[in-house]
Design a protein around this ligand. Structure first.
Ligand code: TXA
Ligand code: MG
Length: 357
């Protein structure tokens, strides 16, 4: 994809905005980010204010080239180098040992720092033009569904953010794979489009699962990536029956399925997301936003197939469906190890529909 001249001008304006300490929303191949100059604590603080994000939650620093790494990270183990060489630029975030000069506001006071080199041409041009690190979480209010289109960013923040670079639909549609890489045994912290097998093809020793000593990551909270309408995961074979329990009572219900509906009535809104994992992931957040607007009592989501290609989707669906955690407005309590393990490992939905199968 080449970057049109109009966009070039907007990117230049965005570079200047970053230099002036303002926020800029920009596309990446995963989701849109809400960026600030990572070397300017006052600018980074604006991200927390606008998102309503607790101040101890660390933010990913985006750079355009590995030559900038030493400003942010130090003591990279060979495993980190290997993963960086294999997957950057791309949808991988590495959590590394932080360099001494990094501000606490970016790291949430931890001794690690998350770094990513995205591949989206607009993101790359923005980062190259800026020349430094851009701290950027997903461009949504805290706990909400991540944006995969410029319009989603505007829906989240309206006019309170002036610079929104429009790169169309994000190709991947789910947040980056995060790997903790501070020592010789890398640990997968958040599944993404780069799968565990792909990581292990580069570094065979990559592990997954809860580590009590691991840094806290808000994406690890169960209730994250959530629409406002309650979400329930339902096995495919039960989907129509469960839907009818609502529509028979004349209650509106929204459905996200892997296939077209076999029935229709005026109380249901049904989206067929298809059975291909890449397209499903790409469209998931847009579909959730659409279904969130229909005023349904519940969003029923058909459980997705087994298999690691669906791991990232399954992880986000579980979180969208989670009712265990405190509400979005409250301060998230840390997970118990059992909950964390369930989030990371369970193939069975935590919130599977509990009525009789
Ligand atoms: O694809 C993505 O990763 C997008 C795009 C914009 O790059 N960004 C994104 O950022 O999803 P955010 O803040 O929504 O999620 C980043 C996750 C959070 O769960 C955060 O806690 C975790 O990365 N994280 C950041 N720094 C960390 C650190 N030092 N240690 C552990 N986790 C960290
Ligand atoms: Mg986020």
């Amino acid at each position: 994809m080449s970057v049109a001249r109009d966009t070039q001008k907007q990117i230049q304006a965005a570079v200047e905005a970053l230099r002036a300490g303002e926020l800029v929303a920009f596309p990446t191949e995963t989701v849109y980010g809400l960026g600030a100059n990572a070397s300017d604590p006052t600018a980074v603080r604006k991200i927390f204010e606008l998102k309503g994000r607790p101040s101890d939650h660390p933010i990913i620093v985006h750079i355009d080239d590995k030559k900038h790494l030493q400003r942010w990270a130090q003591d990279l183990p060979p495993e980190a180098q290997a993963l960086a060489n294999a997957f950057w630029p791309g949808p991988l975030t590495l959590v590394l040992n932080r360099a001494p000069a990094v501000s606490d506001i970016v790291t949430g006071g931890q001794d690690t720092i998350a770094i990513r080199i995205p591949s989206h041409p607009i993101a790359r041009q923005l980062l190259a033009g800026f020349g430094g690190g851009v701290a950027a979480p997903s461009a949504n209010r805290y706990g909400h569904v991540s944006p995969t289109r410029a319009d989603h960013v505007r829906d989240e923040f309206g006019k309170s953010i002036k610079h929104v670079l429009d790169g169309g639909d994000c190709k991947i549609g789910l947040e980056s794979t995060i790997v903790l890489c501070t020592g010789s045994v890398p640990r997968l912290l958040r599944p993404g489009s780069i799968t565990l097998s792909q990581l292990r093809a580069v570094v065979p020793g990559v592990i997954t699962g809860f580590d009590p000593a691991a840094p806290r990551a808000p994406g690890d909270k169960p209730r994250h990536y959530s629409p406002k309408t309650p979400v329930t995961l339902v096995p495919g074979r039960r989907l129509v029956d469960v839907m009818r329990e609502f529509t028979d009572e004349k209650e509106k219900v929204a459905v996200l399925s892997l296939r077209p509906p076999s029935t229709a009535n005026r109380y249901m809104t049904w989206i067929n997301a298809g059975g291909r994992h890449e397209a499903y992931a790409r469209n998931l957040y847009a579909h959730l936003r659409t279904l969130d607007k229909v005023g349904a009592k519940v969003i029923l989501i058909e459980e997705v197939p087994a298999g690691e290609q669906w791991d990232a989707v399954r992880d986000r669906l579980k979180r969208a469906a989670s009712k265990d955690a405190p509400s979005i407005e409250s301060d998230d309590a840390p997970l118990t190890p059992g909950q964390e393990l369930a989030m990371l490992h369970d193939d069975v939905s935590l919130r599977s529909f509990s009525a009789n199968p």
